[in-house]
Design a protein around this ligand. Structure first.
Ligand SMILES: Nc1ncnc2c1ncn2[C@@H]1O[C@H](COP(=O)(O)OP(=O)(O)OP(=O)(O)O)[C@@H](O)[C@H]1O
Ligand SMILES: [Mg+2]
Length: 331
């Protein structure tokens, strides 16, 4: 297996490794330069993901969730200026050579991308697409890879996996295509899966099927970093939540506690906007990432905002066991 030493040392099959820090993100900033402006998409994010964690990153559209995931995969476009640290199993990914990132992608950390239509090649049979990472990483021969693909498609609910492997993406329904994407992410048995809105665009019934499939087949010993704007999805799959607003983390904690006792006014607003809570959406919009306010980024929309909130930027604060919040109300 062609994995660099530093990654191979990462206790892949060591049950005692569960709970140890696997991904450490510190001071992560991503700034996009366009012709006219600088877009601060991710701003000074600190986050530790432990081996075996199921962590949900939630927040509204444009807050920087996908950019976080792409930064972890080393897949940001060239107009992105990235600083800080992203460490995987002790190795800093931001300074790692592209050759090492290629060995890592799919094999150590795999991503189920937000836009499934762009992920799959329309003119290649899905079986061949799923087998490709096994061949790129030299994990199996072509024959073995074929068998492994069929085994995995069967495990992911395809009644006739041989027939499914011989089809093209357009021949599948949305739910089946999502299963193919999950197969593509799982095929090299990675330690970490980043799932970016894995059920967006699916109808309610199919969404539930896919969520159960992710729970059964993706989690377990694997580490899941789920990116979603949907609190229901995050609470079903994740034991810990990270709430993001305008490029920064504003609240973290165990899922049950965050949902039953949210601290940040934004998290409270998200909960109130759920259909079960009466669809009370938060008035206003989040600030543009190209002109962020000096004070609290949520202050313009916050019913509890004080004078200080508009002037000073609140730091992250520990508030009880495993809970953190970025809000002056807890000073
Ligand atoms: N290549 C790019 N160039 C310039 N700006 C970008 C680029 N990619 C992302 N952005 C900006 O970065 C910010 C964060 O984008 P991101 O895709 O991470 O949002 P998101 O939280 O995933 O939203 P959604 O829920 O809609 O998927 C947005 O303002 C977006 O316009
Ligand atoms: Mg996104």
């Amino acid at each position: 297996m062609n994995i660099p030493d530093s990654l191979e040392n990462a206790n892949r099959n060591n049950p005692e490794a569960k709970g140890m820090a696997l991904i450490q993100i510190a001071g992560l900033k991503v700034v996009f330069s366009t012709r006219s402006e600088k877009i601060r998409a991710v701003d000074t994010v600190d986050l530790t993901i432990n081996e075996g964690d199921t962590l949900g990153l939630i927040g509204e559209s444009g807050c920087g969730k996908t950019v976080m995931g792409m930064a972890m995969m080393g897949l940001l476009p060239t107009n992105a200026d990235i600083s800080g640290i992203i460490r995987y199993a002790g190795k800093d990914l931001l300074t790692a050579p592209e050759s090492m990132m290629q060995k890592m992608r799919g094999r150590e950390i795999a991503m189920i991308s937000q836009n499934s239509a762009n992920t799959l090649n329309p003119v290649m049979k899905v079986g061949d697409q799923i087998a490709e990472p096994l061949l790129i990483h030299h994990l199996y021969s072509a024959d073995e890879a074929k068998k492994e693909v069929i085994r995995l498609l069967g495990a992911l609910g395809f009644e006739d996996p041989v027939q499914a492997a011989g089809r093209y993406p357009h021949e599948f329904s949305g739910g089946m295509r999502e299963r193919v994407l999950i197969a593509l992410a799982l095929i090299c048995n990675p330690r970490v899966i980043i799932a970016d809105e894995p059920t967006s665009g699916l109808d309610a019934e199919v969404k539930i099927e896919i969520l159960h499939l992710i729970k059964e087949k993706v989690t377990g010993n694997r580490t899941l970093f789920l990116i979603t704007h949907d609190l229901g999805t995050a609470s079903f799959l994740c034991t810990r939540l990270v709430v993001m607003y305008a490029g920064e983390i504003v609240e973290t904690g165990p899922t049950k506690e965050v949902l039953s006792r949210p601290f940040h006014p934004y998290t409270k607003g998200l909960l109130a906007s759920l259909p079960s809570a009466g669809l009370n959406t938060i008035p206003g919009t989040s600030p543009s990432p190209s002109s962020l306010p000096a004070g609290c980024r949520f202050s313009e929309r916050c019913i509890a905002a004080m004078e200080r909130c508009r002037k000073e930027h609140p730091p992250m604060k520990e508030v009880g066991d495993n809970r953190q919040v970025r809000c002056f109300l807890y000073d």
